[in-house]
Ligand binder design. Structure first.
Ligand code: IPE
Ligand code: IPE
Ligand code: MG
Length: 239
């Protein structure tokens, strides 16, 4: 079981100004493997282990919502064998970690057009979402077959079908509806771009970049990002 996050951890994470919602673009699995002359699949495998660690860490650090970019709507451009590896890891992850989510009060949410994934994955995801729906400690939102432009088009269509298009009506139809506003966006591996991730939600998010490749990302580094977040002054266009 997770503890409620020790006092020290809370202070490390910057007392008072903890982000409610952190999203991570988990990048660099391929380069991690390449550096070690390993197949890319090994990088993805290690990447999943980091996901496990960071989901635990999020609970321990007292984060309310963690969103992880796992597969983009553009990642279908990759070779078929890599896509198969990634989908295989996804199946394994859901199977092996669902019990832990249930035990640690983690609620699973999926953003992105996940219904277009293989039927067995869709079924597993929907079961997991249902099984964890009453959990309240941490929400883990996994972005699967996610592209922000696609999300916005779907949201705008639904909003239009319901009536007027406004900021509120679009927001209410985004995949992230119901989640707290995005406070902090982290990207690993040294790339400094959004790659079609949470374009709308990032409007007033703070950004934090690290050269660390995703398989090497750690709880300490997450805590460091939270500490730095606590020193940022957010103005939202005001004075
Ligand atoms: C991130 O690692 C994982 C996914 C995009 C699925 P990459 O596979 O993009 O790793 P690099 O960027 O090639 O190092
Ligand atoms: C973004 O990483 C997508 C995920 C982390 C799932 P990519 O590696 O696909 O992004 P680009 O191609 O470098 O922009
Ligand atoms: Mg990449």
């Amino acid at each position: 079981m997770l503890t409620n996050g020790s006092q020290t951890e809370r202070i490390e994470a910057g007392t008072g100004k903890m982000p409610r919602h952190v999203a991570i673009i988990m990048d660099g699995n391929g380069r991690w493997a390449k550096k070690r002359m390993l197949p890319r699949a090994m990088g993805h495998k290690r990447g999943v282990e980091t996901v496990r660690k960071i989901v635990r860490a999020a609970g321990e650090l007292g984060l309310e919502t963690l969103t992880l970019y796992a597969f983009s709507s553009e990642n279908w451009k990759r070779p078929e064998d890599e896509i198969n590896d990634l989908m295989g890891l996804m199946r394994e992850f859901i199977k092996s970690d669902l019990d832990e989510f249930a035990a640690n009060d983690v609620r699973l949410k999926i953003i992105g057009n996940y219904k277009a994934l293989a039927p067995d994955i869709v079924e597993m995801l929907e079961e997991s979402i249902a099984r964890t729906s009453q959990n309240t400690r941490t929400t883990l939102a996994v972005a699967l077959n996610y592209g922000a432009q696609d999300e916005l088009v779907r949201a705008a269509r639904s909003a239009a079908a319901q009536g007027e298009i406004t900021v509120e009506s679009i927001e209410a139809n985004l995949d992230t509806a119901g989640l707290p506003p995005l406070d902090l966006l982290i990207r690993t591996s040294g790339e400094q771009r959004l790659s079609n991730f949470m374009l709308w939600q990032a409007a007033y998010a703070e950004f934090w970049f690290t050269d660390t490749l995703w398989p090497d990302f750690s709880k300490d580094e997450l805590a460091q990002a939270l500490t730095e977040f606590s020193t940022r002054e957010r103005r939202y266009g005001g004075r």
